[in-house]
Design a protein around this ligand. Structure first.
Ligand SMILES: Nc1nc2c(c(=O)[nH]1)N=C([C@H](O)[C@H](O)COP(=O)(O)OP(=O)(O)OP(=O)(O)O)CN2
Ligand SMILES: [Zn+2]
Length: 149
């Protein structure tokens, strides 16, 4: 097209968002040590069942950053996959969250708190300022977003 040219040197910096999805299975019981047994039953209902229940969680991990001109990537998704393995799969998959994960001994294993746990684990592994969002699907209908605030 006349008068229209793309010069790689003059293109402004582009910001991209990339997401990797990971599923894992775990069981838990919603129970707060800050509440009485009666209050726990009232607040958490069937999710306070003493023997727990399970979920097939789906997590969407999104990173945000400059699209590197040389590589064309915000970051290599293969590296993100490795960080997810370390921060999510090894500690959480096929686990009883309340008994197997020390973090949840005193923290209620809601999906909000799981998202915070995953954020705190991933942010330590990823290059600085890249992690943007953790989106947790506890069920098809229950979805939680955490952005590190
Ligand atoms: N704010 C939150 N509320 C609830 C959480 C949570 O993590 N954060 N979690 C639960 C339970 O863990 C529970 O397992 C949710 O199950 P349920 O309500 O059965 O799930 P659905 O709504 O998808 O199922 P339907 O019965 O088909 O509607 C509860 N609250
Ligand atoms: Zn649950």
């Amino acid at each position: 097209m006349e008068g229209y040219s793309i010069n790689a040197e003059t293109i402004t910096e582009r910001i991209g968002y990339i997401t990797r999805v990971q599923s894992f299975s775990a069981c838990h019981r919603l129970h707060s040590k800050a509440l009485s047994d009666e209050e726990n039953k009232k607040v958490f209902g069937k999710c306070n069942n003493p023997n727990g229940h399970g979920h097939n969680y789906k997590v969407e991990v999104t990173v945000r950053g400059k699209i590197d001109r040389r590589t064309g990537m915000v970051m290599n998704l293969t590296d993100l996959k490795q960080y997810i393995e370390e921060a999510i799969m090894i500690p959480l998959d096929h686990k009883n969250l309340d008994k197997d994960v020390p973090y949840f001994v005193d923290v209620v294993s809601t999906t909000e708190n799981l998202a915070v746990y995953i954020w705190d684990s991933l942010v330590k592994l990823l290059p600085p300022n890249l992690l943007y969002e953790i989106k947790m699907h506890e069920t098809d209908k229950n979805i939680v977003v955490y952005r590190g605030e």
